[in-house]
Design a protein around this ligand. Structure first.
Ligand SMILES: [Zn+2]
Length: 137
């Protein structure tokens, strides 16, 4: 026979039930505290959102200006070009400082004691030799 009547409960069950009721009331008070905390946090959240809106409105004019102030130069980066060393040397006027011979009398040769680059191929520093007096410079 099952009865839901509280009077049918044994003393042990009654004690157990009281403990459960205490527990429930504890939980309810905890829940109340939590709800209070939630409402506090919701208020805080609304205040923060209002602050964010204010800040966003303040920062908008700056955001519109910034692209003009700081133009992006990423695409304009110069591509490094390797200028051949001998081209620039050939453009210089050739004149022997020893005998004054000019033009074709001066030959450009590799100075094998001075390597400028090892890759992609060996590039030696150029030196000039006067074919008339054998003066090297
Ligand atoms: Zn010379």
């Amino acid at each position: 026979m099952m009865h839901n009547d509280i009077n049918d409960l044994s003393p042990e069950d009654e004690q157990h039930l009281r403990q459960l009721e205490i527990k429930i009331s504890e939980l309810f008070s905890l829940l109340e505290k939590s709800e209070l905390r939630i409402s506090q946090l919701q208020d805080e959240n609304l205040q923060l959102k209002a602050q964010i809106r204010k800040l966003e409105q303040q920062s908008k004019p700056i955001q519109y200006k910034s692209p003009q102030v700081e133009p992006r130069k990423v695409s304009r980066e110069p591509i490094p070009t390797i200028t051949p060393v001998d081209t620039s040397l050939r453009q210089n006027k050739r004149k022997c400082p020893n005998c004054g011979a000019m033009g074709f009398a001066i030959k450009e040769v590799d100075d094998r004691t001075q390597v400028i680059s090892y890759t992609p191929r060996r590039i030696y520093k150029k030196k000039r030799v006067c074919t008339k007096c054998r003066f090297e410079f």
